[in-house]
Design a protein around this ligand. Structure first.
Ligand code: 3PG
Ligand code: MG
Length: 396
C-alpha cells in the first residue's frame, strides 16, 4: 500500500486529488467543511516535508462552466482551515495553471478551478489527464468520496506517474483502514446496522457482509418487506412486494452463515406520513390498515441497544426511522446513543453512506463514534465489495 508516509515531499510538487465537493448556501458560503478538514493532515504533512500542494477537486455536477460551481467560493474557507494562504487559478489545465504551478514555491498551496468545468474529466479522458499530470511531480489521491468514479483526475491520471510517485493520502488510508476493521480485522462480535427505505438498495451490501459479521440489525422502511414476507400485517407501511422472496432468502442465508438477524419487534405507527399525524405503538406484525410504521418502537430500542452494547465492532448504515421528522427520530437517536456508549467502552464504530451520516451530524454523534466516513456512494460501493477505480489506479 503506497502511502504518503513512504515518500519525502521535500522540493516536490504534490498534485493532490481532494474531494472538496462541499455544500454551499445561497451566499456561496460552505455550510459543512468536514471534507476540507478531512484533507488537512495530508496537505500539512506535505508542506512540513518541504513540498508544495496543488489541489484539484470537483464541486457539484456543473456540466460545463457555471460560476455558481466555481471553487473560488471556497478559497477563504480552505485558507481558514489550513491556516495557510491559498492561491487559486480559474482553469485547472492550460497555460494559466501550468504557470501558476511552476511559480509555486515550496510551502505554498494552489487550488485549481473545478475539474468538471471540462467534460473530459467525467469521461476519464486520457489527454485531459495528461495535461493535469504536468502540474505536479507526485500524484496523491485523497478523494475517498470520489474514489468510486473512474474519472480523469481520480483514475486515468495515475498512469502518468511511476509507481514510486503516486500514493494515497491520509484520509483515503483512514477510510480503507476503517472498512477493513469491519470486513476483516475487527474484534468480534461484529454487528452491522442497516436501515433505509429499500431492501433493493441494500441487498448487495447484505450479500457481501453476511459472511463477515455476527449480527445484522435491520431497521428503517425495509423492515416491512421482511415482516410481510414472514406473514405479518404491515398496514400501509412501505413495502417492496417484488422483494418478499428475496428477504426470505436473506434470512435463510443468514442462518447458514451463523449470522443472527434482528428485526424490530414493535414500531411507532402513524395514520399519515407527517409529523402531525396521530401516533401509536404497535407490534411489528400487527399494524392496522391505514397506519404505517415510521420508527422503531421502545421494545425494539431496548433489544437493539443491548446487542450494540455487546458488540466490539459496529457498522451503521442507514437511519432506523424517518429521523427528519421529530416524532419519528427517537429510534435513530437511541441507536446513536447506544453506539456512542459502546464506542466509549472501547468498541470500534464506523458510520457511513448517505443518510446515516446526516443523522449522526444532526444529533451530534459524529464526535462520539470512532469514524464517520466522508464518502456516500464510495462507502456504499465499498461495502458492496467493489474495488473502487480510484483505489485500483494507485495500486496497479
Ligand atoms: C459525492 O459527494 O458523492 C462525491 O463528491 C462524488 O460526487 P458525484 O456523486 O457527483 O460524482
Ligand atoms: Mg454523490
Amino acid at each position: 500500500m503506497k502511502s504518503i508516509f513512504d515518500i519525502n515531499f521535500k522540493n516536490q510538487k504534490a498534485l493532490i486529488r481532494v474531494d472538496f465537493n462541499v455544500p454551499l448556501n445561497e451566499n456561496f458560503d460552505v455550510t459543512d467543511a468536514t471534507r476540507i478538514e478531512a484533507a488537512k493532515p495530508t496537505i500539512i504533512k506535505i508542506l512540513e516535508d518541504g513540498g508544495s500542494c496543488i489541489l484539484m477537486s470537483h464541486l457539484g455536477r456543473p456540466k460545463g462552466v457555471r460560476t455558481e460551481f466555481s471553487l473560488s467560493h471556497i478559497v477563504n474557507k480552505v485558507e481558514d482551515i489550513l491556516g495557510v494562504e491559498v492561491e487559486y487559478v480559474s482553469n485547472c489545465i492550460g497555460e494559466e495553471a501550468e504557470t501558476a504551478s511552476s511559480n509555486l514555491e515550496f510551502g505554498e498551496i494552489l487550488l485549481l478551478e473545478n475539474l468538471r468545468f471540462h467534460s473530459e474529466e467525467e469521461l476519464g479522458d486520457i489527454q485531459f489527464a495528461e495535461q493535469l499530470s504536468k502540474l505536479g511531480d507526485i500524484y496523491v489521491n485523497d478523494a475517498f468520496g470520489t474514489a468510486h468514479r473512474a474519472h480523469a483526475s481520480t483514475t486515468t491520471i495515475a498512469q502518468f506517474f511511476p509507481e514510486n510517485k503516486r500514493c494515497f493520502g491520509l484520509l483515503l488510508l483512514k477510510e480503507m483502514e476503517s472498512l477493513k476493521k469491519i470486513m476483516e480485522t475487527g474484534e468480534k462480535p461484529v454487528t452491522a446496522i442497516l436501515g433505509g427505505a429499500k431492501v433493493s438498495s441494500k441487498i448487495t451490501i447484505i450479500n457481501n457482509i453476511l459472511d463477515k459479521i455476527d449480527h445484522l440489525i435491520i431497521g428503517g422502511g425495509m423492515t416491512f418487506t421482511f415482516i410481510k414476507a414472514q406473514g405479518g400485517r404491515i398496514g400501509n407501511s412501505l413495502v417492496e412486494d417484488e422483494k418478499l422472496d428475496l428477504s426470505l432468502e436473506i434470512i435463510k442465508k443468514a442462518e447458514k452463515s451463523n449470522v443472527t438477524i434482528h428485526l424490530p419487534v414493535d414500531a411507532v405507527i402513524a395514520d399519515d406520513f407527517s409529523n402531525d399525524a396521530n401516533i401509536e405503538i404497535a407490534e411489528i406484525n400487527k399494524i392496522p390498515s391505514g397506519w404505517m410504521g415510521l420508527d422503531i418502537g421502545p421494545e425494539t430500542i431496548e433489544l437493539f441497544a443491548d446487542i450494540i452494547a455487546n458488540s466490539r465492532t459496529i457498522l451503521w448504515n442507514g437511519p432506523l426511522g424517518v429521523f427528519e421528522m421529530e416524532n419519528f427520530s427517537k429510534g435513530t437517536i437511541a441507536l446513536g446513543e447506544a453506539i456512542a456508549e459502546a464506542t466509549k467502552n472501547g468498541s470500534f464504530s464506523l458510520v457511513g453512506g448517505g443518510d446515516s451520516v446526516a443523522a449522526v451530524k444532526q444529533f451530534g454523534f459524529d464526535e462520539k463514534v470512532s469514524y464517520v466516513s466522508t464518502g456516500g456512494g464510495a462507502m456504499l460501493e465499498s461495502l458492496e465489495g467493489k474495488t473502487l477505480p480510484g483505489i485500483a489506479a494507485i495500486l496497479e
